[in-house]
Design a protein around this ligand. Structure first.
Ligand code: RP5
Length: 162
């Protein structure tokens, strides 16, 4: 993890979500974006979630990535408290494969948006890339790193592992 002050805050509903969210962390590391990560549940830790969300902007966080599974209230609750952009990652679940997480996250009432990504690993990686794109609007060095990432991806996407 980059040692500068974090500009992305990752919050997830359970330690069990880390297996998914490490893909967001890895992508942020690759782009040299400093981040912090916390396991806090909207249902099990409501006071700590409020503390995290209400202090994030003043601590220098620019984007929050919130991941949860099942009745995935966490991104919406965080978005209701902070003025920062909140990106939601629906975590895959055993019973419904993450459709439960996706629907409970994406169906926000008008007025409080959550930018919901895909279920699981792809959503976690893309949440990091979306965070990068948002922060890069006012950070030219990050914009250049993001462009390099995309160019490399473009140049290597057709390579087969043979
Ligand atoms: C949600 O419930 C968490 O985000 C997690 O995806 C799911 C299961 O949590 P654990 O029972 O594994 O802690 O709140």
């Amino acid at each position: 993890m980059n040692s500068s002050l974090p500009t992305v805050g990752i919050i997830m509903g359970s330690k069990s979500d880390w297996e998914t969210m490490k893909h967001a962390a890895d992508m942020l590391d690759e782009l040299s974006i400093p981040f912090e990560a916390h396991a806090l549940s909207a249902h099990r830790n409501p006071v700590q979630v409020h503390e995290f969300a209400s202090t994030a902007k003043d601590r220098g966080i620019k984007v929050i990535i919130a991941a949860a599974g099942m009745a995935a209230a966490l991104p919406g609750v965080v978005a209701a408290i902070t003025p920062l952009p909140v990106l939601g990652v629906p975590v895959e679940t055993r019973v419904m494969g993450g459709i439960d997480s996706l629907l409970s996250m994406v169906q926000m009432p008008g007025g409080i948006p959550v930018g919901t990504l895909a279920i699981g690993k792809a959503g976690a990686k893309n949440a990091a890339l979306m965070s990068a794109a948002i922060i890069a609007l006012s950070d030219d060095e990050l914009a250049a790193r993001l462009e390099t990432f995309r160019q490399t991806q473009n140049d290597t996407v057709a390579e087969l592992p043979v």
